[in-house]
Each structure stands twice: as C-alpha cells, then as structure tokens.
Design a binder for this molecule. Sequence first.
Ligand SMILES: Nc1ncnc2c1ncn2[C@@H]1O[C@H](COP(=O)(O)OP(=O)(O)OP(=O)(O)O)[C@@H](O)[C@H]1O
Ligand SMILES: O=P(O)(O)O[C@H]1[C@H](O)[C@@H](O)[C@H](OP(=O)(O)O)[C@@H](OP(=O)(O)O)[C@H]1O
Ligand SMILES: [Mg+2]
Length: 348
Amino acid sequence: MASRRVGFCLSDKKRRRINLSAFSDLCAGRGIEVVEIDLSQPMASQGPFNVIVHKLSDVIVEAEYDSQSQQLLSNFQNYISAHPQTLLLDPLPAMTQLLDRFASYRIMSQLQNTLKGKSICCPPYLEINTSDPSVIQAAVRSRQLSYPLICKTRVAHGSRSHEMSLIFSEVRLCDVRSPCILQSFVNHGAVLHKVFVVGDDHFTVERPSLKNFPPGPCDRSTIFFNSHDVSKPESSSHLTALDDTMPRLPPPSSDAMVALVRQLRVELGMALFGVDVIVNIHTHTLTVIDINIFPGYEGVPQFFSSLLSYIESIMEKQGPSEPAVDPDLSPQPSHCHEELCPAGGDKF
Ligand SMILES: Nc1ncnc2c1ncn2[C@@H]1O[C@H](COP(=O)(O)OP(=O)(O)OP(=O)(O)O)[C@@H](O)[C@H]1O
Ligand SMILES: O=P(O)(O)O[C@H]1[C@H](O)[C@@H](O)[C@H](OP(=O)(O)O)[C@@H](OP(=O)(O)O)[C@H]1O
Ligand SMILES: [Mg+2]
C-alpha cells in the first residue's frame, strides 16, 4: 500500500465530470494512492486517509429534509471528528456557509471594506424572505436598488439553484420567488472572469456572460434563465450576444485579483473555490458576483498538477505520523457570518 493516501468523496455528477483516474495516475508517480470513498459504506474500512477532498454540497442541502442524506453526512462528520489528523479539503462549516447566498453575499459585500483602495465591490442586494410584492417593493425602494434586478435562489449549489430571473420594473416584482437574493444588475460587456483557486494558486479564465441592458426601469417582461446556459464555456445564448460597438474592457488588474484571492482564502479558510468577477463598464470597478465551492476548473489544464502540489505541501506540514492543521488556513469560520453580518444586505 502507498504510504500516503488521499480520499475523494464526490457526488456521482462530480465524479463523472472529474477524471479521477488521470489524477490517480499523476499521484501514483509521487507515491500517493487515490481512493474513491463510498459514503454508503463504513469510512473506517476505506481509510486511513492523510487528506480527504470532497464536494458534499448536495448531501448537505438534502440533509435538511432527507433522513438518508442526514445519515450519510453524520457518518462522514463522525469519521472526521474521530480522525483529527486527516486533513479535509475543505472544512464542512466553511463550505456550508457558501451554500447559502445570504451568507456568501455578506462575505462578498465585506470585501470593499477589507480591500480598500483596490476598487473591488459587490453589487448592492437584498435578502428576500417574503413573497409579498408590496413588502419587496418597499425594500427595493428603501435600499435604492437599481433596475434591472437579478434574482437568485437562496441555495447556491445544486440543480435547482441556477434558475434566475431579470426583473425590469416594480410591477414585475410579483415574479420574485422567495427565498432569494435581489441584486442590482451591473453592465459589464458580457465578459465573465472566472477565478479558480487551488490553495495558493489561482487561474483566471474568461467566459460568456449576460449582455448589457439599458439602465433603469422599463416596461419589459421578466426574463427567466438558467445561469448554466449563459456562463459555461460553450454557452451561446441571445442573452450573451456581445454588442459589436462595445469596446472591450481592460481585464481586471492582476494585483487586485491577487489581493482578492488572498483575502478570501483567509476569510473562508478554504483551498478549493471559485470567484466570479465582472468589470463595471462605467467605473471599471472589479465587481464580485459569486463564490463557488469546488468548481469545475474547466479551461485550467494545470488543475491536477496544482492540486497535487497543494496536497503534497499540506501533507509535508502534517509530518509522517502527526498530521497537523494546514497553518495557511485560518481557524474555522463557522462563526464568520455573524461577524460579517453588519455589512450584509437588508433582510425582508
Ligand atoms: N449583479 C450582476 N450583474 C450582472 N450580471 C450578473 C450579476 N449577477 C450575475 N450575473 C450574470 O448571471 C450569471 C449567473 O450568476 P451567478 O454566478 O450568481 O450564478 P450561479 O448559478 O451561482 O453560477 P455558477 O454556475 O458560476 O455557480 C453570471 O455568470 C453573470 O453572467
Ligand atoms: O466551474 P463553474 O463554471 O464555476 O461551474 C460550477 C458551478 O459554479 C457550481 O455551482 C456547480 O456545482 P453544483 O452543481 O453543485 O451547483 C459545479 O458543478 P460540478 O461540481 O459538477 O463541477 C460547476 O458547474
Ligand atoms: Mg454559483
């Protein structure tokens, strides 16, 4: 048996998307064994693991209402608690907060304070918990959100979390499906900058994105769309058609991107995440619109080599017999969102 073992605990969907056997071959060359963890079987008999890489977002979301998922999650948590020497990429509380857009936008909106001088912001938004259009209307007015508005589900991950809408006027606020985030739409020339983080490395790729819309309210029906139809590498939609007369904006400065990633690494205590950034066509402000757990890393050919280097670096710090906590990562931010609350969007 190889002396060092890395377990992967992934959903069927993620397993299909990630070529684990290619990663396993790469690891074998470094004396590391890759094991696919079957969550329905006792974990102790599949271990021991120096590191576990997981994407349990679906299980965590389902555990809210499904007892079988609850059981799987609690088996996993029990194993982790009983094996504190096993490093987890990424910690469950850190990940869990990103499943909730209310929590993740509080983190994003805090960035403009922590990264002063870098011209980084997050669009103004509201946390919506009511379906009463008159209450929503009053909240939008009082927060002075500008139209169009983009409406995003509160749950950030999973198949039902990418259905969104663009709302163009107060009368169409009846189309809001609560609970959700209502956020001002920012014109950005239909270019999305996806930042994929792997430990201390990050990689940026460009993707299609929603096109510019005339600012201000207008008499237009709500546009319902799935975010995966507009911002995947292969997306080609009338909603992303670039205006030829629109000059291309300069890409975000690498200095600002480095500062952004560094700050989020510390704040989230995570190593595998993605940040979606757009550039405001008027102010050129770098605008953070999304943080994703263990994203797809599509368009990043260095993903596996970078992941392997990161895993080796944390195993090295672990030492041969006494694995330690990754010192680069701050202590668990399960309490983080309380600290970040004051800067968040208003709640309705
Ligand atoms: N405030 C905004 N202003 C302008 N466009 C936006 C804004 N928020 C989101 N978008 C557009 O909508 C798309 C989807 O938004 P978002 O990234 O929040 O959704 P998601 O479902 O979480 O996506 P992902 O698949 O990256 O997780 C973005 O790629 C971008 O094109
Ligand atoms: O790599 P990008 O383009 O950022 O897209 C990711 C999305 O951001 C995630 O929301 C997807 O995860 P979920 O399917 O759990 O929502 C995630 O799905 P995956 O975990 O199957 O890779 C990706 O689609
Ligand atoms: Mg997302």
